[in-house]
Design a protein around this ligand. Sequence first.
Ligand SMILES: [Zn+2]
Length: 486
Amino acid sequence: MKLSLYNTLTKKIEPFEPLNDTEVRVYSCGPTVYDYAHLGNLKAFLFPDILQRTLRIVCGYRVKWVMNITDIDDKTIRDSAIGSELWNPAFGEQTQNPKANLQLLTSFYEREFRNDLAIIGIKQSDISSMPRATDFIGEMQDLIRNIHASGYAYVSDGSVYFDVAKWREKEHYGRLFAIDVEHFKSGVRIDADEYSREHVSDFVLWKAVKDDEPYWDFVLADQQLPGRPGWHIECSAMGHALLGLPFDIHTGGVDLRFPHHEDEIAQSKAGYGEETAQFWCHNEFLEVEGKKMSKSLGNFYTLRDLLDKGMDPMDIRFSLVNAQYGSVFNFTEFGVESASKARKRVQEYIYACFEGNSGHDNHAEELHRLRQDFFSALCDDLHMPRAIEALFSFMKSCPAQTLSHRDRPAFLELIHEINEIVGVWVIAPRPENNDIPQEVQDLAKQRWEAKASKDFSKADEVRKQLADLGYVIKDSKDSYTIHKEE
Ligand SMILES: [Zn+2]
């Protein structure tokens, strides 16, 4: 099947074709490792996860997926500074060496981040490479030299800036996001990594060293410029080094369209003479209980906060992926509860396909339709809610006990493929519950089979036997659970 994606570059949904036929190259702006990943971050990384799984499993492509680790920027430097109140003894003991401190802080949060990815079901084996910015300083310096040589960068007070006014004479600046050109002031320089569209100006490629900050030596046109890279140049250099330009798809949150991605496009074109990517795909913001997530509103959640509330990570994953990435997502506790119920209904259906006798109906046509509807919804700009709806409408019209001995394996094979993308179910028989004696489990199974074959008097007789042993059975639509009587 062919995938269509909304391309921020053209503002249209376009059919996706890889640039070369060997593999699809995807670059995702990864985390800045100065704190634990919050819900909005996780949502931003689940989007390319679903994207790369769809490219592999539904479209049949090989995928090379790179997600960088920003381990040097304004925030990592601020928080690792000597005397920072945010220094946590878990990082290790702070030293007098700024670079060593930066490394202690960022490697701690990188480990935590990798852990979070595993918990939320993003497999590191699917990510080809997670480059750290500090391992690519040489490549960033080469790129800055190229931009300088082509005339689009200049040195001021030991820092190097991109000359936006000059660039705008040649190329359109504002390709992803409408820039407030009226406010553009030629020659005004901005050193911060993040700034708003009202502050369009010459952005920094290389920042002059400040007291007690980590720095690297850099020689540009015979000038000694000790310092460190600006944030935007990091992704340009790593994308070029690991994927080659242009690559297929660049992902990130909508907040990265400007300045981060706009600047990335300008730098790479000015320094490498190449476009960055043919598709730019952005996932929308996440709100919590209808409000912007913020520490002051008390609705700012990291993954560990939600686990502490007793939420199952697979319910969190299901709640976050069962949404169209291009729409604002409202994360609510109620939403996770609903996701949990829905996820368990599918899981019970899967278990039921391993249990009892098969039915006699022929559902080949409905199975075919489910396959068609599920994957075509995904291929339509990753419309997961419509795909999941197709699964539930199948389960409603074809209860598990009616599936024939042919349909059961066919369904299990299909749900296995679906789960390769959604990633929240176990495609296996119900695990044996060791707390419940085998005799009780056998009786419960007999009762279920009697019920399924409409032998209600037998079912009732077995139910009484179980009650005498101190167990009750709770039936759901497609299966049952055994409970010890309180
Ligand atoms: Zn980036």
